[in-house]
Design a protein around this ligand. Structure first.
Ligand code: ADP
Ligand code: MG
Length: 232
């Protein structure tokens, strides 16, 4: 406990919540602590990703423990890998049983950026990672639609795909998501993703009070993680 506290201080990680899982010392711990497959670690190494960033050190163990996470860390600090890594470790690849994880992004541009990142991390695996596009919406029977990770804007997701199997729901750039007045749509999606063991998380670069308040309405026992820039 004390060692965790020291380590967090060293990396500017501020946490609050019940029994917060220990932060990651390095990526190798993903295999020793959580049985991560060698393939994912090799992909990270190939991408030049050697050490976890502070948000990754803390958010990954939280999500792997099945805890809700409310995370705030600067732009460019690797938030995407922080929420995608647990999905790639826990979801069964190429599942034909609905959608495994949903990542909501405020704009189409951010959604396509996120999907590019996801695909890099999942390179060479069987994971099916899809962007919600107009073409996909036009597909005849979306109720049978399956993929492992679905990236979408809230507007596009308001349709009859099976959402009961969703195990991870991420609201990325949640400050912008809420600012864009997408509250109703988001609320709809949160309710539709009704898997009782769903792991919800919010990620953003800033933490206005209204985001914190909204977070509380959809999360119950979340761990709050704040990463401050050094020397500020
Ligand atoms: P954020 O969402 O916090 O703004 P991103 O997830 O888009 O940041 O990541 C920014 C860049 O950093 C991406 O190109 C990503 O591949 C890279 N990156 C992520 N994690 C690491 C890491 N641990 N070490 C080095 N680079 C990383
Ligand atoms: Mg991001």
């Amino acid at each position: 406990q004390e060692r965790d506290a020291l380590f967090r201080k060293e990396h500017n990680i501020h946490v609050s919540g019940n029994t917060v899982p220990s932060p990651l010392i390095d990526f190798a711990e993903l295999s020793s602590r959580y049985g991560c497959k060698a393939k994912l670690l090799r992909n990270l190494a190939d991408l030049g990703i050697k050490q976890p960033t502070p948000i990754q050190r803390q958010a990954i163990p939280i999500l792997l423990s099945g805890r809700e996470c409310f995370a705030c860390a600067p732009t460019g600090s690797g938030k995407t890998l922080a929420f995608v890594c647990p999905m790639l470790m826990k979801l069964k690849p190429a599942s034909k049983d609905g959608v495994g994880a949903v990542i909501l992004c405020p704009t189409r541009e951010l959604a396509s950026q996120t999907i590019r990142e996801c695909k890099k991390f999942a390179e060479g695996s069987k994971f099916c990672i899809k962007l919600m596009t107009k073409q996909l919406i036009r597909k005849a029977d979306l109720s049978k639609f399956s993929c492992d990770i679905l990236v979408s804007t809230p507007l596009r997701l308001k349709l009859a795909i099976r959402k009961k199997k969703v195990q991870y729901l991420v609201l990325d750039e949640s400050d912008k998501l809420f600012e864009l007045g997408l509250l109703k749509q988001i609320d709809c999606i949160v309710k539709a993703c009704s898997n009782p063991s769903i792991v919800r998380s919010l990620f953003s670069a800033t933490l206005p009070d209204f985001v914190e308040e909204l977070a509380r309405t959809i999360m119950h026992d979340a761990v709050r993680v704040i990463i401050r820039r050094k020397n500020t």
